[in-house]
Design a binder for this molecule. Sequence first.
Ligand code: AMP
Ligand code: ZN
Length: 111
Amino acid sequence: MNCLFCSIVEGTIPNKTVYEDDQVIAFYDIDPQAPVHFLVIPKTHISSVAAVNGENSAIVAHCFEVISRVTKDLGIDSYRVVSNIGEQAGQSVPHLHFHVLAGRDMTWPPG
Ligand code: AMP
Ligand code: ZN
């Protein structure tokens, strides 16, 4: 399968890794939308939140555990976690990922 984030997991596309273990990788976004902007992705291919189910949802909990740990390691105590699902919401890479944004004021509602 030709998936950009699977290629990052395989190491064929370089990235600025902030955290990695056997299940997930976190790396800085190539087009940051805040002073701190990294992505947390499962190493296994899941297309989006819409494809999360009882069989694979443990990885989602692990992603959030990693978000909690990495933000603490970076000294960040206020941040936003976003996951875009589908074209209208702005998903451009069809591999589950959580954006973690920090370092500036965030508006609500989001655009
Ligand atoms: P989304 O548009 O919600 O699917 O998020 C995909 C994100 O991946 C965007 O914020 C892109 O800037 C980011 N992105 C695309 N290619 C790369 C890459 N090679 N390395 C890091 N981030 C990337
Ligand atoms: Zn993938």
